[in-house]
Design a binder for this molecule. Structure first.
Ligand code: 0A1
Ligand code: ZN
Length: 864
């Protein structure tokens, strides 16, 4: 509970149903920046127009600003005042020009919102409400303006000056200063504004659009990083071509720039014509980036590029509609990545991620609908629910509509809402109008939180040859939503013959919309085995009565690769959960299923590597009423050891076969490396005496980071004397590369060793650890807090450590601190001793004087 005093000071709650159209529009803005890290002068000229029939004054949002001057129609304004952080300017007419001037200090901005300094450059981050930290403005996404931006700065320190749109002029000034001007012809909300000033170089290329226009592309970095930008540039070109082909969307400006910065709260930002990226999603070469990094770079470059249409040309009316741009854009980037490699493996990775983050969110105190009804701090709503569950909603609609209708519907959406700020409802209406399909009930996916559960029972009457599939659904209660209505669940199902191993039906799309339904299959001649939610067609939890034999059968015979993977996961999960409950495991079925998968040479290595990987400790925990981290760890390790021992020969064969591959970035070579690291970890799990030397050899001889980090992970989780040597070598080799040093911290924070809690506490005192850099924070503190056994050490030291760090971080960077609260909010899922310790730490956070709004919201909601 939040005590009365704190509650009285609690930040204001913003409600979706309180939406009102803006009182004033700002069709144009001219910004003049005199840039300097210590003190930057910002002069803004707003052309404002009264919106509707009212006599309200102009209210301009500010955050930490005080006006040096306010002018209306060219003269010093009278009667303006501050209402808290808001500048209120009384205006008499319908349209005016309003000028303000403020001074800000980018080098003191540690929150990394607004204008800040990073690695010697100046850059901005305005989404969601950072623009108000730069200048006074109606900082809401439904106020769209054309921007003219003039930047002036010292030429030697900041030779490159970038902003949105196209460059229109530049020149030198006295005193070693220079200027550049940029105009963006597309009206945009303030959250898409950006500027960058720095000593940067670009990797450039030209892209010719489908209508034959040349666009100049540039990836801007510090000079030493230039050789690491080819992959991002290539991904950008692929994304531009893909959006033309798949959605008919063409790029619209003459330039498209991306800048990489070292200090960034999120992954990247889609500012119009000037994307700003966390450098970890740009820089790559084989020596420093893993295959995972390469894929993530391509996905994030695509995501931000796709926002040019889904987000920028059509933006959001208010922040409750955030999933309109984020869910749709994630769906678009997932489809893009699927088209570049293996769609099945991509789907497996995405579902693994959804379950690890979104399902946990949906089951905890921070659960919220894809279109939330209220928030205190919008930065806290850049969540897996908005992004990843939001993407699943778009995917389900595309499944229900079919590809042709879906494309018709997105064409309609882009045509109708181009240049405007739209809502989730607008999007769904276009889906309905273009397809003629009624989505009334489907809309519940936007308003009801919680992961639906589906019970599936298949009965087969031998004599009649009829099989009946009984389905029922329920959605669990979530905060503020005690009871739920039934949803529309698109479930792809198919039956296979147990004897023949052949399909007995074609795939059927069942739209389950009632609380329970029966689906009848005629002429089923042999005992059928149910394959359900194929391709993960609905983001739900399926509980079926399929036993170990059925699951093993599907893991070998299902013709949908996702369903095959899923059957294996379920078999592994049932086995581990059974062992946690009974204290002893029967590993035979899993071992045989894994043996069959390894022996199936029709499968590609990337798929095999995913299929033979055990479910994570926390996913096992999600299946249990009370999570026992130590018992889960033991049960899972016992299965890993037996798989290692019983199949040692097979792992060594797989390892050797994969080792024969040369370094390349093709999907096949990446798959081989993935399988190699998985095989190595099983060889180590078997306890084979040569495992550590094998890992060390791979570590030393590796010609790429995937192999080196794979080996380091195996060594870092073990007890061999090679562990310290490998960590030291790795540190020495990469101590000047922050992105690789992050991996060094992360690998240790994720280690399965008993002493991980102490190690992590020591690492937080390491000279290379800093709370000032979000990537470093996430690599140590974020990684540790998802290491289930280490974080939930029975002493409670993990909880104390996290709370100490977050209290300190909140003073520097509240946005990044607040994102790391959720692991503590899972207290209800643990035994009472742990739960009490977790709650005590949350309470300590809530009681901290001067806590940010971001942290207050996350921590106080987590207590309930
Ligand atoms: N819109 C960006 C994500 C983003 C959101 C908030 C930020 O504030 C610091 C930064 C970035 C995306 O979806 O990529
Ligand atoms: Zn996005």
């Amino acid at each position: 509970m939040v005590d009365a005093q704190t509650a009285a000071q609690a930040p204001k709650v913003i409600r979706r149903d309180a939406y009102r159209a803006p009182e004033w529009m700002v069709p144009e803005i001219a910004l003049d920046f005199d840039l300097d890290p210590a003190e930057t002068r910002v002069h803004a000229t707003l052309t404002v127009e009264r919106n509707g029939d009212h006599d309200a004054p102009l209210r301009l949002d500010g955050d930490g600003l005080s006006p040096v001057s306010v002018r209306v129609d060219g003269v010093e304004a009278q009667g303006w005042h501050m209402d808290g952080q808001t500048l209120v300017v009384p205006l008499s007419g319908k349209a005016h020009s309003v000028e303000t001037e403020v001074r800000i200090a980018p080098e003191r901005n540690t929150q990394l919102e607004g204008l800040y300094a990073s690695g010697g450059m100046l850059c901005t981050q305005c989404e969601a409400e950072g623009f108000r930290r730069i200048t006074f403005f109606p900082d809401r996404p439904d106020v769209l303006s054309k921007y003219k931006v003039k930047l002036t700065a010292e030429k030697a320190r900041f030779p490159i000056l970038l902003s949105n749109g196209d460059p229109v002029g530049s020149g030198d000034l006295d005193g070693g200063r220079h200027w550049a001007e940029w105009h963006d012809p597309f009206p945009k909300p303030s959250y898409l504004f950006a500027l960058v000033a720095g000593d940067l170089v670009a990797n450039k290329a030209t892209f010719t659009t489908m209508s034959g226009r040349d666009v100049e592309l540039g990836i801007w970095v510090r000079a030493p990083d230039l050789p690491k930008t080819d992959h991002a540039l290539h991904a950008l070109k692929l994304s531009m071509a893909w959006d033309e082909k798949v959605y008919g969307r063409e790029y619209d400006l003459d330039v498209f720039n991306i800048v990489a910065v070292g200090d960034f709260n999120f992954g990247a930002m889609e500012n119009k014509g000037l994307n700003i990226f966390n450098s970890r999603y740009i820089l790559a070469d084989p020596d420093t980036a893993t295959d995972w990094d390469y894929d993530a770079i391509a996905a994030v470059v695509a995501h931000e590029y796709f926002h040019n249409w889904s987000g920028n040309r059509v933006t959001c009316r208010d922040w409750f509609q955030l999933s309109l741009k984020e869910g749709f854009t994630v769906f678009r980037d997932q489809s893009f990545s699927a088209d570049q490699g293996s769609p099945a493996v991509k789907r497996i990775e995405d579902v693994r991620g959804l379950r690890a983050s979104q399902f946990q969110e949906d089951a905890g105190p921070l659960a919220h609908p894809v279109r939330p009804d209220e928030y205190m701090e919008i930065s806290n709503f850049y969540t897996a629910t908005i992004y990843n569950k939001g993407a699943e909603l778009i995917r389900m609609m595309s499944t229900i509509l079919g590809p042709e209708n879906f494309r018709k519907a997105t064409d309609l959406y882009f045509r109708r809402f181009d240049g405007t700020a739209a809502t989730c409802e607008d999007f769904v209406l276009c889906m309905e109008e273009a397809s003629g399909i009624d989505l009334s009930q489907f809309r519940r996916w936007y308003s009801q939180a919680g992961t639906p559960r589906v019970k599936a029972r298949l009965e087969h009457a031998q004599n009649g040859g009829r099989a009946v599939l009984s389905l029922s659904q329920s959605v669990p209660p979530t905060p503020g939503q005690p009871s739920k209505e039934p949803m529309v669940l698109p479930l792809k199902v198919k039956l296979f013959g147990e004897k023949t191993g052949k399909p007995l039906t074609s795939e059927r799309l069942v739209l389950l919309s009632d609380p329970s339904e029966e689906i009848v299959f005629e002429d089923i001649a042999e005992r059928p085995v149910l394959s359900i939610n194929r391709g993960f067609s609905a983001p739900v939890i399926v509980e079926s009565d399929r036993d170990a034999a059925d699951l093993a059968f599907l893991s070998a015979h299902d013709d949908d690769p996702f369903a095959r993977y899923e059957a294996m996961q379920q078999l592994m999960l049932d086995t581990i959960v059974g062992a946690v409950r009974s204290g002893k495991g029967d590993h035979g079925a899993v071992i045989e299923a894994v043996r069959n998968t390894l022996a199936d040479d029709r499968l590609d290595s990337a798929f095999t590597a995913e299929a033979v990987l055990l479910p994570s400790e926390s996913f096992v925990g999600d299946q249990l009423a009370v999570v026992d981290p130590d018992a889960i760890f033991r049960a899972r390790e016992a299965l890993r050891r037996d798989l290692g021992r019983e199949l040692e020969h097979e792992w060594r064969l797989a390892y050797e076969a994969a080792r024969a591959n040369r370094f390349e970035l093709s999907p096949a070579a990446k798959g081989a490396r993935r399988l190699k690291s998985v095989a190595l970890s099983y060889i180590a799990a078997s306890g084979a005496p040569d495992a550590a030397s094998l890992a060390f050899l791979q570590f030393e001889k590796a010609d790429n980071m995937t192999d080196r980090q794979g080996a380091l992970t195996t060594l870092a989780g073990g007890t061999s004397d090679k562990r310290v040597a490998a960590l030291d070598i790795f540190y020495q080799r990469y101590s000047d590369n922050p992105l690789v040093l992050d991996k060094w911290f992360q690998t240790q924070a994720l280690s399965a060793r008993d002493d991980t809690p102490e190690t992590v506490e020591d690492l937080a005192r390491h000279r290379d650890f800093t709370l000032g850099n979000p990537n470093r924070v996430r690599s140590l503190i974020g990684a540790f807090s998802v290491n289930q056994r280490a974080f939930h050490h029975a002493s409670g030291r993990g909880y104390r450590f996290l709370a100490d760090q977050l209290i300190a971080l909140d003073k520097i960077n509240p946005q990044t601190a607040a994102k790391l609260i959720p692991p503590l909010g899972r207290w209800r899922r643990f035994d009472s001793l742990r739960a009490e310790k977790m709650r005590a730490e949350l309470q300590r956070i809530v009681d901290t004087p001067g806590l940010s709004k971001d942290m207050f919201e996350q921590a106080s909601k987590s207590l309930d």
